[in-house]
Design a protein around this ligand. Sequence first.
Ligand SMILES: CC(C)(COP(=O)(O)OP(=O)(O)OC[C@H]1O[C@@H](n2cnc3c(N)ncnc32)[C@H](O)[C@@H]1OP(=O)(O)O)[C@@H](O)C(=O)NCCC(=O)NCCS
Length: 161
Amino acid sequence: MARILDIRLAVSADATAIATMSRDLIETGLDWSWTRERVARALARKDTIGAAGYLGLTMTGFALMRFGYEEANLDLLAVRPPWRRRGIGRALVQWLEESALVAGIGIVRIQVRADQPAALAFYRSLGYRSWRKVAGYYGKRQTALYMAHDLWCPPVLDSLR
Ligand SMILES: CC(C)(COP(=O)(O)OP(=O)(O)OC[C@H]1O[C@@H](n2cnc3c(N)ncnc32)[C@H](O)[C@@H]1OP(=O)(O)O)[C@@H](O)C(=O)NCCC(=O)NCCS
């Protein structure tokens, strides 16, 4: 039977699961910076919200977004390997993008490890485009691509290019 993804606002009780997924799925090969304490502090901030995607009792993925006055930054995103390529990552990002639009924000920025082709392909498929490359961004070791998505600009259909 198909199960329905339940996307909820992440709360402090989710901090341990989010921090562990950050360490194991996002910060692999780097020092662990998104510890439980840091995640809990971020979730307590008024300018930050987290989206947690549950299938039953399992958090299958999560995303964390920080809101500025005119732009938002997607700080973290991960989906557990067994549940990838089922649209969960897309659903989490779109849930946060809709929140950004409601808040009057039209630009979402992200920083992505250049050595993560899956993540780059994922963001490109959602309309994000890279505009800058920063060497040593992650732990002075890994290059980051800065990407951005203009939520107000409708996608250009391939047939109109
Ligand atoms: C990147 C990530 C969040 C994608 O999550 P996901 O739930 O598997 O993504 P979705 O199923 O929503 O994929 C949406 C689209 O993105 C693209 N995509 C996703 N994963 C891809 C991959 N491995 N290779 C190529 N394209 C990919 C596809 O176009 C996909 O649509 P399709 O499945 O219909 O072809 C997941 O791979 C992940 O957690 N990676 C490790 C952590 C990470 O890199 N986080 C991002 C930087 S913080």
